[in-house]
Design a protein around this ligand. Structure first.
Ligand code: NAD
Length: 357
């Protein structure tokens, strides 16, 4: 049964979904179907080589379109749905929340409804192994006090339109399990970083700006603490949960170490100074400037990973210094990828931190 498994992955042309698909095709014998709308955030280059495997199919489509989703389930008969597709950038959710409501809430509802109908009608052997794996974030739990961590019992307490829309989707997924018996699993991961992350997110944003000697805009005092996880570690955790996670359960996933934004940006500067010294030898750290804080900005996130370690035997392998080094090396070696993005839909100006009010 293992070698005939088919996954339906939504949002598989994005940062994490594409890393997941690259691993699935490289390291398993499964088939994978990628349903992705190709929004501004998608990176077709991150999955284009998978076509060569003969076990990968790309379908451009919107998860909010119930006919597309239902037709795909009927045609592909997947053994699991792994649901990544979402609008993901907090700053964009503040400037324009409606797409977040549409994709993250209505889209998740649409996939759930089609999945429940497909599951109810599926043959017994498919029903037995079928999973609906919902990819969520630790941001749904809100902001943490010093010394505490999020765990699976933490209440949902979202503060941004993005995290509120993800929290809503978590509740729908839970209800589809309780009400319709859909075999769901939910994972709540901390901040990811790594190759192919869209250049509006903190680590690639700072790397790219520091490379060209532009200012490095840090929100507020820069003391907001985040738990960072290398994307390949997240992917390993997701595959472990799909294999060994329990139906109806949620699992926290995180790097287990926390760092504040200011220290993170300083570390990026130090690594860049070593890998690619600035022509004028000016310290990149001097480029750091403080800008008005993001409204509703959560102060601290930290994820407890005891449950996933105990139940599925996963723990992170990549330390933050080595993952950062690898990531920055990737951005240096793949200029063409991000320069294409900067030149296209995304103006260099938009890469500055948005100053609003
Ligand atoms: P991303 O923004 O890089 O990619 C999202 C992908 O979804 C894109 O390819 C986009 O085209 C696709 N998409 C968007 N709307 C769609 C729609 N209506 N129909 C079909 N496809 C659509 O996102 P990411 O950073 O890879 O995050 C993936 C998932 O992981 C999200 O659900 C996010 O909430 C969650 N997550 C992300 C992080 C992180 O640090 N990036 C951490 C924890 C959880």
């Amino acid at each position: 049964a293992m070698n005939t498994r088919t996954l339906l992955v939504t949002g598989g042309a994005g940062f994490i979904g594409s890393a997941y698909l690259r691993k699935v095709i490289a390291e398993t014998s499964w088939r994978a179907v990628n349903l992705d709308k190709l929004t501004y955030a998608a990176s077709p280059d991150a999955v284009s080589e998978l076509q060569l495997s003969g076990r990968y199919r790309f379908v451009q489509g919107d998860i909010c379109d119930s006919r597309t989703v239902a037709a795909l389930l009927t045609a592909e008969k997947p053994d699991a749905i792994v649901h990544f597709a979402a609008e993901t950038h907090v700053d964009r959710s503040i400037d324009g929340p409606s797409k977040f409501i549409e994709t993250n809430i209505v889209g998740t509802f649409t996939v759930l409804e089609a999945a429940a109908r497909y599951y109810a009608a599926a043959p017994a052997e498919t029903r037995e192994r079928f999973r609906f794996h919902h990819i969520s974030t630790d941001e749904v739990f809100g902001s943490l006090d010093e010394g505490k961590t999020f765990d699976e019992a933490s209440p949902h307490n979202p503060n941004s339109p993005y995290s509120a829309s993800k929290a809503a989707s978590d509740h729908l997924v839970r209800a589809w399990h309780r009400t319709y018996g859909l075999p769901i699993m939910v994972t709540h991961c901390s901040n990811n970083y790594g190759p192919y992350q869209f250049p509006e997110k903190l680590i690639p944003l700072m790397t790219i700006r520091a490379l060209s000697g532009r200012s490095l805009p840090v929100y507020g005092d820069g003391r907001n603490v985040r738990d960072w996880l290398y994307v390949d570690d997240h992917v390993d955790a997701l595959l472990a949960v799909l294999e060994r996670g329990r139906v109806g359960e949620s699992y926290g996933i995180g790097g287990g170490v926390q760092i504040d934004n200011l220290e993170l940006v300083r570390t990026i500067c130090t690594i860049l100074d070593r890998l690619s010294p600035a022509a004028d030898r000016k310290a990149r750290q001097d480029l750091i400037t403080h800008v008005p804080d993001r409204p509703g900005h959560d102060r601290r996130y930290a994820t407890n990973i005891e449950k996933i370690a105990r139940e599925v035997g996963w723990q992170p392998k990549v330390t933050l210094p080595s993952g950062l080094q690898e990531t920055i090396e990737w951005y240096l070696a793949n200029r063409a990828w991000w320069e294409k993005i900067l030149a296209g839909c995304y103006t260099t100006e938009r890469l500055g931190v948005v100053t609003r009010r």
